[in-house]
Ligand binder design. Sequence first.
Ligand code: SF4
Length: 221
Amino acid sequence: MISLTETFVSIQGEGLNVGKPAFFIRTGKCSIRCKLCDTSYSWNSPKKIPISHLIKEAQKQNLPTVIITGGEPLEEEKINVLIEELKKQKNIKEIIVETCGAIFRNDLPQEKLKLVVSPKPPSMKEKFPVENALNLLKFYKNSELKIGVLTDEDFKFAKDLILKAKPLPSHTPVIQPIETPKENYSETVKKVIKMILSDREFINKTNIRIIPQIHKLIGIK
Ligand code: SF4
């Protein structure tokens, strides 16, 4: 069984996979409790669903990419079984799992898996366990680092982490401007882009992309 918030079909709106049509599974647990969380409705879903039902729905939707998001998918004890079963489906070419990286686990199948690790910066969470996130990035060969940034302090957090993760292969870190209830998202995006562009030394040391959440800019799920 998996705790489930919802399933839906859309395009991936963020990170290096932006634009991919996908079947989304949003799990229903998260104990991290970040400030500015945009999916707090997925922290404690009462709905539990058999893995076989999710596999049937994924088959019916017939899309090459399945994205498991949350909540925090790695808090689901049987998430490894769900990925294993999805992996067996011929029409599914990749399974993207989005995690904040607070929990390390080494039992996910690597074949067809892409792990997107998004450690939370100070404006969302004080004292985030970054070592777990770095260990996930090291352990899963197909993994990506994506960090939300809103403030100068967040940018400093992102820079430290990106430079620590730099020796990893296929390292193209993403900085994602964070949405707040106080400001129009496109205004926040402009400010964050300006902040990062002002640090040429950092840009020249890394291979970063600054990618806003396009689903929020265009108003889709
Ligand atoms: S880890 Fe993700 S789902 Fe959990 S509280 Fe933080 S932002 Fe929200």
